[in-house]
Design a protein around this ligand. Structure first.
Ligand SMILES: [Mg+2]
Length: 414
């Protein structure tokens, strides 16, 4: 195996590079990757899981995070090479890059990706450190890693390891679990939308959904549930006790993000299933908090949100040192798959079983096909194209952009 010392990588890259590049341009596109679920970047409601009616549920997640706030970053060098990274933060993320971070990228060598990350993190830390700034920084970081791979003419995973996992098992998230099993997935994750606000009746409906789901997919397929912060400790304990026999693989993000103590209590008291978190945690510093509290049986950094490629590698290494596995959130993207291919401990990659969703077959599917390769028989296979092996162009991104910020006159601010 190659050295995993991320701080040494820039030096290795420069020794191996045949050409020297300088950053001359940056452009960002705000892409709404879930237009039907969040039309007008507003809020969705309701739906059905199996045949249990969800009634009225406001989706409160909003425009800056998750799919509606996807942010594509393109970084161009003086030799015309382009790197692409998917971050987040929507229009707010674009403005953070346009008004601040871009000034520190101009004239830099993309092979200095680790030092550039440290610098951008440091200068934005007085207002950043978590959330939107790190979404934006993730997009920049991934675009730089894409350039590193292209300059060195290697896939990004090969910059980290000479023993990548070339096949990665996938799990599908969504409600169409019978379809997922038919497509060959060996694990499915369903959202449970009833929270504290829906009281005792909501808890009963959640239990009903899990029981029906297990009945539908049988015993051999792994089943997970995603709560998206809607419960508290007592609710989660009751749910876990009632589902002991249903063999859940994990309960994801059951309670409020800052309640590390509560998560630690759940990890300590629930043995029948994993308690997992990290989709909305940021950088090695945030994950250290989670790990030091022993607040998760498995962690889920998102390469497009948690700080980018190098940062997620650091996080995964620190968690592996504590024997905690890292299964990155929405890893079924080119960026996430390259990360998963070189994690210290093996993981499955999350995808969304899109083939069977009507909106994926609409005009939106073109960008989706590029950003979310589909596994075959439940397995992702990596290609060996340079960088992240992406097939993107400014014209395609223009066609799907909600907002676009082009920095026309990049110059250093003194
Ligand atoms: Mg989740």
């Amino acid at each position: 195996m190659k050295a995993h010392n991320i701080d040494q990588l820039n030096q290795d890259f420069k020794q191996n590079a045949k050409t020297k590049h300088k950053i001359v341009g940056i452009q960002t596109w705000h892409l709404n990757l879930n237009p039907l679920a969040m039309s007008q970047l507003a809020f969705s409601k309701g739906g059905k899981i199996t045949d249990v009616d969800l009634g009225y549920h406001v989706d409160w997640r909003g425009p800056f995070a998750t799919q509606a706030g996807a942010l594509m970053v393109e970084i161009t060098t003086n030799k015309g090479l382009k790197g692409y990274g998917l971050g987040g933060g929507g229009l707010a993320g674009e403005l953070i890059i346009d008004q601040h971070l871009q000034y520190f990228l101009i004239d830099q060598d993309p092979l200095d990706v680790v030092q550039i990350w440290d610098h951008l993190y440091h200068i934005s830390s007085i207002y950043g450190r978590r959330g939107l700034v790190i979404y934006a920084l993730s997009g920049i970081d991934l675009a730089l890693w894409d350039l590193c791979g292209k300059i060195l003419d290697q896939p990004v995973y090969a910059l980290i390891t000479d023993q990548p996992r070339s096949e990665i098992p996938a799990y599908a998230t969504g409600n169409d679990i019978v379809d997922y099993v038919e497509q060959g997935f060996s694990a499915c994750k369903i959202p449970l939308r009833f929270g504290l606000a829906e009281g005792e009746l909501g808890l009963q409906k959640n239990l009903e959904i899990v029981q029906k789901s297990r009945d539908l997919i049988g015993e051999k397929v792994d089943l997970m549930v995603d709560i998206y912060l809607r419960w508290d400790v007592d609710y989660t304990l009751r749910f876990a006790e009632s589902t002991t026999d249903l063999n859940l693989k994990w309960i994801e993000e059951p309670i409020a993000l800052d309640n590390y103590r509560g998560m630690a209590e759940l990890v300590d008291n629930i043995d029948s299933t994993w308690i997992v978190s990290g989709e909305h945690e940021f950088t090695r510093y945030g994950f250290r908090e989670l790990l030091q509290w022993k607040a998760a049986d498995m962690i889920q950094p998102d390469v497009s949100w948690a700080g980018g490629f190098g940062e997620c590698l650091r996080i995964a290494q620190e968690s592996a040192n504590l024997h905690i596995p890292t299964w990155p959130h929405q890893a079924g993207t080119p960026w996430g798959l390259h990360l998963t291919a070189c994690l210290p401990l093996a993981a499955m990659a999350e995808t969304f079983g899109l083939n069977h969703l009507s909106w994926a077959q609409s005009v939106e599917s073109e960008i989706y096909r590029r950003l979310r390769p589909q596994p075959k028989d439940g397995l992702f296979k990596l290609n060996d194209l340079p960088g992240f092996g992406l097939d993107l162009s400014p014209e395609l991104l223009d066609a799907y952009a909600v907002d676009t910020v082009i920095v026309k006159n990049m110059k250093k601010r003194n």
